[in-house]
Ligand binder design. Structure first.
Ligand code: NAD
Length: 403
């Protein structure tokens, strides 16, 4: 049951409540989302036939500001997953100190099976269905698995038509030419790198070898950052499988190969499965794909000393217990991948003020936010003698309680 992400989110909330003295009103409010929107999205396919897709938007909590979180386009999207992801956004936004609440949504679809035109019609129709519940001061979506900057532009466009004025701040993660921020594409991967370096320094560890599961937006930019900081990326994988080269992988060339061939298989080293990548002898393991990658079954075989959770919810509760017993340090998702929403906040600020910040400024501000959040989590974990995950939730809950 705990592999159901929403049950897992509730269990984590309960655990955190036991470590804090949160006001009962706050406790009750966090136990369910404020609003759940479920829509039917009809799309005329290229064949002329009309197909219906199921879409969701969960607005978990807005104590700190507008609901904020991504839209996932994936065949396994469902309501419980969206509720969990929205809850994690509430906690993440509080932890990293951005004035947003938590939201998440998506469509049950495999975007790879749709043509460009079908995807555009699906996204625009979904935006029209959501137009009455989103807005720059109400709920601000962003990209997630399977969704892109281009899709965010289509949503901003549809929303602007709906309200009758140009409203780029209704979504973040747009292309830079359409009101996006410099540095947003890199933000989650780089942000994870900044947090990792703080924690490794506290542990007295040097940059070492890294295995990354998931070579999409987040995995690719983390890999580039890691290499620039003297880590050796020895394994990469995507939905079709992965590669392992103990001497190190040329990340730029791997990215090019994947873009050309649609897979990493055969690029260099040895072909491995998505399961094998999790248990390689590396210093740092980086799940950067989907939920529930680390389970009761495989956690025992993990050899990494540190796990950087760039994906949301990659570790089941049972796996978490096992990793704790083994002394593996887990840098939790709500800290590790908060860089994306931090720069989404910068994008929203730029849209509202009409400013355009240069990339160096964006990345400097991102680094400050991630380092400050990582320091707080580390200090809380030392003070209370709890895991980094529990500490991250405690810091987030205290911040929510201060509102
Ligand atoms: P993406 O769609 O760009 O990439 C996902 C990657 O995961 C792809 O390489 C895909 O092939 C791979 N993948 C899918 N299923 C897999 C499997 N079973 N095993 C291994 N790889 C698999 O998505 P993304 O934006 O990089 O998001 C990845 C994770 O990071 C998600 O959990 C997402 O919620 C989280 N996240 C993303 C952002 C962001 O800014 N994009 C921010 C915070 C958290």
């Amino acid at each position: 049951m705990h592999n159901n992400p929403w049950q897992r989110a509730l269990a984590q909330l309960q655990r955190t409540l036991e470590l804090t003295d949160a006001h009962p009103d706050l406790q009750n409010r966090l136990k369910q989302p404020d609003n759940v929107v479920e829509v039917n999205v009809p799309v005329v396919m290229d064949s002329g036939e009309t197909k219906n897709f199921r879409g969701y938007r969960v607005q978990h909590n807005n104590i700190r500001g507008p609901y904020k979180g991504g839209l996932r386009f994936h065949p396994q999207v469902d309501l419980d997953e969206a509720k969990a992801l929205a809850f994690w956004m509430t906690m993440k936004n509080a932890l990293v100190g951005v004035p947003f609440g938590g939201g998440k949504g998506g469509i049950e679809v495999n975007p790879k099976e749709l043509s460009g035109g079908e995807l555009e019609r699906l996204t625009r129709n979904f935006a029209r269905e959501l137009a009455h519940v989103i807005g720059p001061e109400k709920d601000v979506p962003a990209p997630d698995v399977g969704s892109t900057a281009q899709m965010m532009h289509w949503i901003a466009d549809e929303y602007s038509k709906h309200v009758g004025e140009h409203s780029p701040a209704v979504v973040t993660g747009k292309p830079v030419a359409h009101g996006g921020s410099e540095g947003r594409t890199e933000a989650t991967g780089y942000g994870g790198g900044y947090a990792l370096e703080v924690i490794l320094a506290k542990l007295g560890k040097e940059p070492g070898t890294v295995a990354i599961q998931g070579f999409g937006n987040v995995g690719v930019y983390f890999a580039h950052y890691a290499v620039s900081r003297r880590f050796t990326v020895v394994a990469l994988s995507d939905s079709k499988g992965g590669i392992y080269a103990p001497g190190g992988i040329d990340v730029g060339a791997a990215e090019k190969y994947k873009n050309e061939k649609g897979t990493l298989a055969g690029f260099t080293g040895k072909d491995i499965s998505n399961e094998e990548i999790l248990t390689l002898p590396v210093d740092v393991l980086v799940p950067a794909a989907l939920e529930n990658a680390l389970t009761k079954e495989n956690a025992r075989a993990v050899q990494a000393k540190v796990i950087l959770e760039l994906a949301n919810g990659p570790t089941t509760i049972e796996a978490d217990e096992t990793l704790k017993e083994k002394g593996v340090i887990v840098i939790p998702d709500i800290l590790a991948n908060a860089g994306g929403v931090a720069v989404s906040y910068f994008e929203w600020e730029q849209n509202r003020s009409g400013e355009k910040w240069v990339k160096d400024d964006v990345l400097r501000k991102l680094k400050e936010k991630m380092e400050s959040a990582a320091e707080k989590v580390w200090n809380e974990s030392i003070e209370k003698n709890i895991t980094l995950r529990d500490a991250a939730y405690v810091v987030a809950l205290k911040t929510l309680g201060d509102m």
